[in-house]
Ligand binder design. Structure first.
Ligand code: NAD
Length: 504
C-alpha cells in the first residue's frame, strides 16, 4: 500500500474507529482496531523481513534511509495538511516536526556505522595474548508505541534509530493520530520498493492493541506517552522480560536569574509554554523568577502572552486541544490554583472555550497544588517568585519528573544548568537540545529512562557483542586444569604490582 493523504485502511476489518479534526469534526480517516493476532502477524512479517535488512551493510541501509527522507521531503505539503487535519496544530508546526524527523533519520543513518561497527578494544595486561572485539548487533524487531502530540516525530524517532541499527519495527500510533502514524510507516516502503513487505509494520487501535504489542515477543519496546500508561507498558513487558525504553511526561521548569535578559526570557517562555497549546512533553509549565526580576518579568510575560493568537488561521500561534479529556485536566489545575489564592496574570477559567484554551498565566501558585506538581499539558504557565537562584533550583528539582529544564542567566547559565535534575537543559533559550540529533533525548525519574537520538539512541536498539580470539599461547594455559602453584604466584605478583600501590 502506498502512503496516501486520507487513509481508509479499514475495509474488511471487524472493528474500526474514525479520526476527526478536533475543532471542525471533519472526517480524517477510518482505521482498524487491530487484535492481538493481527499484531502478532505484523511482528512475524517484520521478523522475516529483518533477516534481509539486518544482512545489509551500513552503507546499504543508509542509502535506503536517505531515499526515505527525500520521499518525505517532496511530500511535505501533503504531510502538513494531514497533520493539521488530525491534530489541529498549525501546518507550520507540522513542518517543523517533519524537519526534525528528517534530521533524525539522516543522523541515525549516517552515524550508525561509526557507533555500532565492530572495533578492537584493549584486552588488558591479564589477557595480553587475546584480541578483543566489540560490536553492536541488531536486536531483531522493535515495537514502537507513540502518543498523539508529536504524531510524526515520535514514530519517526523510534523507526529511525531502530532501522539504522539493523532492526525491523512495528509501530502502534495513537488512536488520535493514526493518519500521520500510518503515513509515516508506509512512507518507508513507498520510498523503498525493494524492501520486503512488513519490514516496518503498523497496528492501529486503542490501549489493548498497544498492550498486545508489548506481549508480542518484540525484542524491545520503545514507548512514548504518559506516566500511567508507561507503568502498564513496563508491567506487560516484564511478563516476557522484553526490555523497554520509556519516554514519559514532564513538568519542566525554567529559572530566571538576577542577570537574565528578561525580554529574551519572556519571549522564549511564552513560546515554550503555549507552542502546540502546551501539549508538548518538554513544554514550559513552571517558572521560578528571582524577586528582583519579578515585576519587570511579569510585565513582559503579560504583554507577550496577551498577543498570542489561537485558532485555525494559517498563522495562528496555536490551535485546539487535540484530546478532549485534557481540557478537564487543565480546568481542574487552574480552578484549584485560583481557589488556593493564586492570581491569574493572563486569562483564567474564562480562557477555556473548548476545543480551544487561550493562554493562561498563573502567579504565586502553592507548590503542593496540582498546577505545580502534575503535568498540565495545556497552555498554562505557572510563575512563582523565589528569593534567589538556589531556592529556584531546589523547587525546580522538587518534582517526580525530570524531562527537561531551562535557565536564563548572562553569567551563570552552565553552573545553574548542571544542578538541574533533567535529561536536557537549555541555557538562555528553551527546548533547543531536542532539535540536535547528536544529543541524547530522554528523562530522569518519572519522565522515564532510555534514550532516543545520538550515539545512545543507536545503542538503545542494539545488543553489545563481545568477541575474544586467542592470538598466541603462553605456555601453561590459565583456561585449563590443572592449575599450578607457579601460575598462582604469577597472578599474585601481577595483582600486587597493579593494585597494591595505586598510582594517581
Ligand atoms: P498515552 O499514555 O495516553 O498513550 C500513548 C500511547 O499508548 C497511545 O498510542 C495509546 O493507545 C497507547 N496505550 C494506551 N494504553 C496502553 C497499554 N495499556 N499498553 C500499551 N499501550 C497503551 O499518552 P498520550 O495522551 O497519547 O500522550 C501524551 C503523553 O505523552 C504526555 O504525558 C506527554 O508528556 C507524553 N510524551 C512524552 C514524550 C517524551 O519524549 N518524553 C514525547 C511526547 C509525549
Amino acid at each position: 500500500m502506498t502512503a496516501q493523504l486520507t487513509p481508509d485502511t479499514a475495509s474488511g476489518v471487524a472493528q474500526t474507529f474514525d479520526l476527526t479534526h478536533p475543532a471542525t469534526g471533519a472526517h480524517v480517516g477510518t482505521f482498524p482496531v487491530h487484535t492481538a493476532d493481527d499484531v502478532a502477524a505484523a511482528v512475524g512479517r517484520a521478523r522475516e523481513a529483518q533477516s534481509w535488512w539486518g544482512g545489509l551493510s551500513f552503507a546499504e541501509r543508509k542509502r535506503r534511509m536517505i531515499r526515505w527522507t527525500a520521499y518525505l521531503a517532496k511530500r511535505s505539503d501533503e504531510i502538513c495538511e494531514l497533520g493539521n487535519q488530525e491534530t489541529g496544530k498549525p501546518k507550520g508546526d507540522v513542518l517543523f516536526e517533519l524537519m526534525a524527523s528528517l534530521e533524525d533519520i539522516k543522523w541515525a543513518a549516517t552515524n550508525a556505522e561509526r557507533v555500532l561497527k565492530q572495533r578492537k578494544v584493549n584486552p588488558g595486561a591479564a589477557m595480553i595474548n587475546f584480541e578483543a572485539r566489540l560490536e553492536y548487533l541488531p536486536l531483531g524487531v522493535a515495537g514502537v508505541i507513540a502518543p498523539w502530540n508529536f504524531p510524526l516525530y515520535t514514530p519517526f524517532c523510534g523507526m529511525a534509530y531502530a532501522l539504522a541499527a539493523g532492526n525491523a519495527a512495528v509501530v502502534k500510533p495513537s488512536e488520535f493520530s493514526s493518519a500521520t502514524g500510518v503515513y509515516a510507516v508506509e512512507s518507508f516502503a513507498a520510498a523503498n520498493p525493494d524492501a520486503p513487505a512488513g519490514l516496518v509494520g503498523w497496528g492501529t487501535g486503542f490501549g489493548e492493541t498497544g498492550a498486545a504489542l508489548c506481549r508480542s515477543g518484540v525484542d524491545k519496546l520503545a514507548f512514548t506517552g504518559s506516566v500511567p500508561t508507561g507503568r502498564r507498558v513496563m508491567a506487560a513487558c516484564a511478563e516476557t522480560l522484553t526490555p523497554v525504553l520509556l519516554e514519559l511526561g514532564g513538568k519542566d521548569a525554567t529559572i530566571v536569574a538576577e542577570d537574565a535578559d528578561l525580554d529574551a526570557a519572556a519571549g522564549a517562555i511564552v513560546w515554550g509554554g503555549y507552542w502546540h497549546a502546551g501539549q508538548a512533553c518538554v513544554g514550559i509549565e513552571r517558572v521560578y523568577v528571582v524577586e528582583s526580576d519579578r515585576a519587570e518579568f511579569l510585565r513582559r510575560v503579560k504583554e507577550r502572552a496577551s498577543n498570542v493568537t489561537v485558532g485555525l488561521d494559517e498563522l495562528s500561534d496555536y490551535g485546539p486541544m487535540t484530546m478532549p479529556g485534557q481540557i478537564d485536566v487543565v480546568r481542574r489545575h487552574v480552578s484549584d490554583a485560583l481557589d488556593r489564592g493564586a492570581t491569574a496574570l493572563v486569562g483564567g477559567l474564562d480562557s477555556i472555550k473548548p476545543p480551544y484554551i487561550h493562554p493562561i498565566v498563573l502567579v504565586d501558585v502553592p507548590e503542593d497544588s496540582p498546577a505545580v506538581r502534575e503535568e498540565t499539558f495545556g497552555p498554562v504557565v505557572v510563575i512563582n517568585t523565589v528569593p534567589d537562584v538556589d531556592e529556584g533550583v531546589r523547587r525546580a528539582n522538587a518534582t517526580d519528573f525530570g524531562l527537561a529544564s531551562s535557565v536564563f542567566s548572562a553569567s551563570r547559565g552552565p553552573q545553574i544548568a548542571a544542578r538541574l535534575r533533567a535529561g536536557g537543559t537549555t541555557i538562555n533559550s528553551v527546548m533547543t537540545f531536542v532539535g540536535i540529533p547528536s544529543l541524547p533525548f530522554g528523562g530522569a525519574g518519572d519522565s522515564g529512562f532510555g534514550r532516543f537520538h545520538g550515539d545512545d539512541g543507536l545503542r538503545e536498539f542494539s545488543r553489545p557483542k563481545a568477541t575474544t580470539r586467542k592470538k598466541f599461547g603462553m605456555g601453561k594455559e590459565m583456561q585449563e586444569f590443572p592449575r599450578t602453584k607457579q601460575q598462582y604466584q604469577i597472578v599474585r605478583r601481577v595483582l600486587r604490582l597493579k593494585f597494591a600501590r595505586p598510582r594517581r
